[in-house]
Ligand binder design. Structure first.
Ligand code: PMP
Length: 467
């Protein structure tokens, strides 16, 4: 097909001249030129040079129903014609927001029956931060305001959300974190578990929460926030002992539990929410991404009866966004949820696709470059290592080998991301068995090539223990 756009080199030059990219080394990108995606259908992207690329990341972990669903375009167009915008401030509402709030209340576990709408995952977490502090303040405990999070957590990029996150590279730019956030270590057994069994390590890491609460004082701690499975941190699957212990500790010490479901929500782990997969009942869930399958921006904080009772039962909660509950986004979300349910996508992930992918994914652990291969539902990671038995890191700068493998994936028309020296996938939930086979074959080929290159460049050296 003759493409109706400027040649790639011209687009790249314009991009470099005018477009500032998120989480990107601008100078390096300008030298290399951006990969320009022009179209997508199902799990397949097309770039400006006509390559067909299997999207192993569902965009940014968000295109759960796959690309090109006409029904979603129709839902948006219909809603734009009917009511393109109205706000939900000042005692007004509209049908898409009302219908979606009710739908989310029905889907969410436990007594999470109330929805505050936001524009993205980051500002949903800003809402949560303000809401938990306001909750305790309204109950006459304003000093109960610290939120405990985890190193290497990702909760977004606004001042509040980046502070809630535990990404040290983000904190060092621009005076973060804001006051009143504390951190404990992540449950990453592969990198940090040492000689402990995964189960003991999971308990030990959960009990760091208890120690931190006791150190700060339970009367000063508002909430704990965590992703059921850390995504951007490298798809860190916690040991099974971890989350039940976190839930126990939160309950015993009167601390609210916020589950950041931005990636895990809407089928990613084989259930509607990651909290269900991990067996926990949070007080608040942060949602975005899969809520609309990324077709349009939208976020939501789904909160318990108790939190809604206090927030709505006291003076006005002085918080909100112009686009809270945006009618077009809500209409798209409703249609997206209908597709997820009526096409049986969540069930199919749980019962068919995830088990099929799991067998092949875990077999990658036999590759000489791979240490562990973990996967829950359709989010998986592999740890690259120069020495499996020792669970060693590379002597080379972290991410060097990961980057090589990521580049090999691109060359083989597979999008797989690297986080340091972990490779991660999170494909659209609609991926077929045949496409899983292609994903695995391309991943294997890319690992073979990455391994050959790492050996040729002398990168298979392990870091010394104290390095
Ligand atoms: N929380 C989690 C767990 C995320 O993975 C992300 C985005 N990757 C966010 C929050 C932030 O979402 P957004 O980029 O929509 O602001």
């Amino acid at each position: 097909m003759r493409e109706n756009h400027l040649p790639t080199a011209e687009l790249q030059a314009l991009d470099a001249a005018h477009h500032m990219h998120p989480f990107t080394d601008g100078a390096a990108l300008a030298k290399k030129g951006a990969r320009i995606i022009t179209r997508a259908k199902g799990v397949w992207l097309t770039d400006s040079d006509g390559h067909e690329i299997l999207d192993g990341m569902a965009g940014l972990w968000c295109v759960n129903v796959g690309y090109g669903r006409e029904e979603l375009a129709e839902a948006a167009a219909k809603q734009m014609r009917e009511l393109a915008f109205y706000n939900t401030f000042f005692q007004t509402s509209h049908i898409p927001a009302i219908t979606l709030a009710k739908r989310l209340a029905d889907l969410a576990p436990g007594d999470l029956n109330h929805v505050f709408f936001n524009g993205s995952g980051s500002d949903s977490n800003d809402t949560n931060l303000r809401m938990v502090r306001r909750y305790w303040q309204a109950l006459g405990k304003p000093e109960k305001s610290v939120v405990i999070s985890r190193w290497n957590a990702y909760h977004g990029s606004t001042m509040g959300a980046a502070s809630l996150g535990g990404m040290k590279g983000m904190h060092k730019q621009g005076g973060l974190p804001i006051p009143g956030i504390a951190y404990i270590n992540q449950p990453d057994w592969w990198s940090e578990g040492g000689e402990m069994s995964p189960e003991d390590f999971g308990l030990a890491r959960a009990r760091e929460l208890e120690a931190k609460i006791l150190e700060i004082g339970a009367d000063k701690v508002a909430a704990f926030i965590g992703e059921p499975i850390q995504g951007a941190g490298g798809v860190i699957v916690p040991p099974a002992s971890y989350w039940p212990e976190i839930q126990r500790i939160c309950r015993e010490h009167g601390i609210l539990l916020i589950a950041d479901e931005v990636i895990c929500g809407f089928g990613r782990t084989g259930n509607w929410f990651g909290s269900q997969t991990m067996g926990i009942t949070p007080d608040i869930m942060t949602c975005a991404k899969g809520l609309t399958s990324g077709y349009i921006p939208m976020g939501a904080s789904i909160v318990s009866d108790e939190i809604a009772r206090v927030i709505d039962g006291s003076e006005e909660f002085a918080h909100g966004y112009t686009y809270s509950g945006h009618p077009v986004a809500a209409a798209v979300a409703l249609e997206n949820l209908r597709i997820l349910e009526e096409d049986g996508i969540v069930t199919r992930v749980r019962e068919e696709t995830a088990p099929y992918l799991k067998t092949q994914w875990e077999a990658l652990a036999e590759h000489p470059l791979v240490g562990e291969a973990k996967i829950v539902g359709l989010m998986g990671s592999i740890a690259l290592t120069p020495d499996k038995a020792a669970r060693a890191k590379f002597a080379a700068k972290e991410g060097t080998v990961g980057y090589i493998c990521r580049e090999r994936c691109f060359a083989n028309n597979l999008i797989m991301r690297h986080v340091g020296d972990r490779m991660i996938i999170s494909p659209p939930l609609t991926i077929s068995r045949e496409e899983v086979d292609i994903l695995i074959a391309r991943a294997r080929k890319s690992l073979d090539e990455g391994y050959a290159q790492a050996k040729a460049e002398g990168l298979m050296e392990a870091a010394t223990a104290d390095a």
